[in-house]
Design a protein around this ligand. Structure first.
Ligand code: AMP
Ligand code: FE
Ligand code: FE
Ligand code: ZN
Length: 281
């Protein structure tokens, strides 16, 4: 039985190639279970999961969009930029992703050192065993803190140790929004501002959207219905595509979020039409 006549999409998903817990195959299986027809992989600073996810999606008859979530700086604030239909063979993109991955690996060491100075006896090797990917981040450290009994659960680990200002918080490398958008478009992709409500500054969001963004993520599991409506209005006025995705990180939450956002397929087509080389042979 189908869940609807029109295909729906989840355009924001993570695997264990960054800070999700699912393999690419598990993400596809869960997506199929949720009745989704299009899945985009958007791991942080990595395209490594894309070949496996493309193969699993093809086998399952699901449309796949290769992507990544980049970390950018907008007026001193960290914002995330989603790139879709990225060419993994693009030299500039490859070298920038490699650079950001190196910085993320060094940052794990700094987080552990900083936690140890604060009296939390974490072993680097124990954290490395959890953060076993090219693009490790705070969620891995959170899981290691829970496993070692220093936090009751994932959210508690962020609250106590990892959110900004806490002992384990270490700033992350960022590129400018202009660099992120340039990199994405140079690699044949389209750029979408991720989860704008989380920045709590719509003036900033408006300015970021005017820097060559193709779309804005209106529907997200941490957005309210009024957030979604407000950003859809902004997208419409700016001539940008209103997109959405769950931002599922697998079992980071007790219930995986995949399928909580169901974007109608016409939005995927609108986004695809904005690819810089679309229509060029
Ligand atoms: P990082 O990229 O290493 O700074 O980690 C950011 C990731 O941590 C985000 O993509 C979320 O998955 C997760 N995250 C950030 N803040 C929180 C929070 N307060 N509670 C739970 N997860 C969070
Ligand atoms: Fe994440
Ligand atoms: Fe994000
Ligand atoms: Zn994300």
């Amino acid at each position: 039985m189908t869940t609807g006549l029109v295909k729906s999409a989840d355009l924001h998903l993570h695997t264990f190639y960054s800070d999700g817990t699912f393999s690419p195959e598990e993400v596809v299986a869960r997506g199929v279970e949720a009745g989704l027809g299009v899945l985009a992989l958007t791991d942080h600073d990595s395209l490594e999961g894309c070949p496996r996810m493309a193969a699993a999606a093809a086998a399952a008859g699901v449309e796949f969009v290769p992507g990544a979530e980049l970390t950018a700086d907008a007026e001193g604030k960290e914002v995330h930029v989603l790139g879709y239909w990225l060419d993994a063979g693009n030299d500039r993109l490859r070298s920038e992703l490699a650079r950001f991955q190196r910085v993320r690996q060094e940052r794990i060491e700094e987080m552990v050192a900083s936690l140890r100075r604060a009296g939390v006896p974490m072993e680097l090797e124990a954290v490395r065993a959890v953060a076993n990917c090219s693009a490790p981040g705070r969620p891995h450290v959170a899981r290691a803190l829970v496993a070692a009994g220093h936090a009751s659960d994932y959210d508690d680990a962020f609250d106590k140790y990892l959110k900004k200002g806490r002992a384990g918080w270490v700033p992350k490398a960022r590129m400018t929004v202009d660099e992120a958008v340039g990199l994405i478009r140079d690699a044949g992709g389209v750029a979408v501002l991720a989860h704008p409500a989380l920045y709590r500054d719509d003036g900033l969001v408006g300015r970021v959207l005017s820097r060559g963004m193709d779309g804005v993520e209106c529907w997200h599991t941490r957005h309210s219905a009024s957030d979604a409506a407000r950003y859809e209005g902004m997208a419409c006025r700016a001539g940008l595509v209103a997109t959405g995705g769950s931002d599922c990180h697998g079992m980071a939450k007790l219930e995986p979020l995949i399928g909580r956002v169901r974007l109608p397929y016409d939005r995927v087509e609108q986004l695809r039409a904005r690819r810089p080389r679309s229509g060029v042979t």
